[in-house]
Design a protein around this ligand. Structure first.
Ligand SMILES: Nc1ncnc2c1ncn2[C@@H]1O[C@H](COP(=O)(O)OP(=O)(O)OP(=O)(O)O)[C@@H](O)[C@H]1O
Length: 275
C-alpha cells in the first residue's frame, strides 16, 4: 500500500479519542489534532490528538519504537531536521499553529529540550548556560551573570557549582551535567520544556534529584517527558499518555492510568505484561 492510501485509510478510520477525559480549570498549552508523521514511506504517528495543560507534567509512556520520541520532537519541530519526514495534522501552542509559522528559532526558544544524555558543550559551566542568551544578543555582563545564577538555581545545581563556574562543565558528574542541561534550557526562558528520557543515563540518586527538580519546575513550566520508567511517570507526572504502534491508546490522569486504566492494552503495559 502506498503512503497516500495508507494516510487516507488511517484518516477515514475513526480517530481514537485521546483527549483527556477529565476536564479541569487548567489552561490548554498545547493542542494536537489528528497528527500523522511519516519517515519516508514508514508511518510513525497515527492520528494523534491530545491537549496538554499548562504548568503540568505530562508523561509519554509505551514500548520501544511506539513513537514517543517522535511525537515529543514534533512539539518543537526537531523532526524538520530529518530528511524525508512528512507531517500532517495540527499542533497549536498558545493557539498558534506551529507548522504554519516559519519562525522555528522563536518556537525552539519557547519550547526547550533536554535530551537522554547530557550534551553540554566543551566549555565552562558559565559559558554553557550563557550560550543561548549570548546567541540572542545579550552581552551585558551583569545581565548574563543574573541569568546564569537564576538558571542554575532554577535547576537546583547552583550550590554545587557556584564556586567553579569557570571550570569545564565536562568535569561534572553525569547527574550534575544533566541539571546544567536543564539550566541551559531554563536560561532561554521557555514556556515548555521537553524531556526525552532525561534520567536514563543517571544513577538512582541523580535520578531522584532530577525528579524533585521536575516537581518544582512545574510551577513555572509546562513539561512533557518521555520515560520508560513506570515509577518515574507515576511519581512526576499529572497526566500520562500511553502510546502503542504510533497511536495514543489512552490519555488521562496519571493516577487513573496506573490504577484504573480504561483500555486493556494500557493495563497490560503498566502492569508489565508486555513491553
Ligand atoms: N530518523 C528516523 N528515520 C526512520 N525511522 C525512524 C527514525 N526515527 C524513528 N524512526 C522509527 O519510528 C518509530 C518510532 O520511533 P521512536 O524513536 O519515536 O519511538 P520511541 O517510542 O521513542 O522508542 P524508544 O522508547 O525506543 O526510544 C520506530 O519504528 C523507529 O524505528
Amino acid at each position: 500500500m502506498n503512503t497516500t492510501t495508507l494516510e487516507r485509510n488511517r484518516t477515514e478510520k475513526k480517530s481514537v479519542t485521546s483527549k483527556s477525559s477529565s476536564q479541569s480549570d487548567t489552561q490548554t498549552k498545547i493542542s494536537v489534532n489528528n497528527l500523522n508523521l511519516f519517515y519516508g514511506e514508514k508511518q510513525a504517528l497515527y492520528e494523534v490528538s491530545i491537549d496538554i495543560n499548562e504548568k503540568e507534567v505530562t508523561a509519554l509512556i509505551g514500548p520501544s519504537g511506539c513513537g514517543k520520541s517522535t511525537f515529543l520532537r514534533t512539539l518543537n519541530r526537531m523532526n524538520d531536521l530529518i530528511d524525508g519526514v512528512r507531517i500532517n495534522g495540527q499542533i497549536k501552542i498558545d493557539q498558534e499553529d506551529i507548522y504554519q509559522s516559519n519562525d522555528v528559532i522563536k518556537l525552539r526558544t519557547k519550547v526547550g529540550m533536554v535530551f537522554q544524555k547530557p550534551n553540554l558543550f566543551p566549555m565552562s559551566i558559565y559559558d554553557n548556560v550563557a550560550y543561548g542568551p549570548r546567541m540572542q544578543g545579550i552581552k551585558n555582563k551583569g545581565e548574563l551573570n543574573k541569568i546564569v545564577e537564576e538558571s542554575l538555581r532554577g535547576a537546583a545545581i547552583w550550590d554545587e557549582v557556584k564556586d567553579r563556574l569557570k571550570t569545564s562543565a565536562l568535569g561534572l558528574s553525569g547527574g550534575q551535567q544533566q541539571r546544567v542541561c536543564i539550566a541551559r534550557a531554563i536560561a532561554m526562558k521557555p514556556d515548555v520544556i521537553l524531556m526525552d528520557e532525561p534520567t536514563s543515563a543517571l544513577d538512582p540518586i541523580s535520578t531522584l534529584k532530577v525528579e524533585e527538580l521536575i516537581a518544582q519546575m512545574k510551577n513555572e513550566y509546562t513539561i512533557v517527558i518521555v520515560t520508560h520508567n513506570m515509577q518515574q511517570a507515576a511519581r512526576v507526572s499529572d497526566k500520562t499518555a500511553f502510546f502503542l504502534n504510533g497511536e495514543i491508546i489512552e490519555f488521562d490522569e496519571t493516577s487513573k492510568i496506573f490504577s484504573m486504566p480504561s483500555d486493556q492494552r494500557t493495563e497490560d503495559y503498566v502492569t508489565g505484561r508486555f513491553g
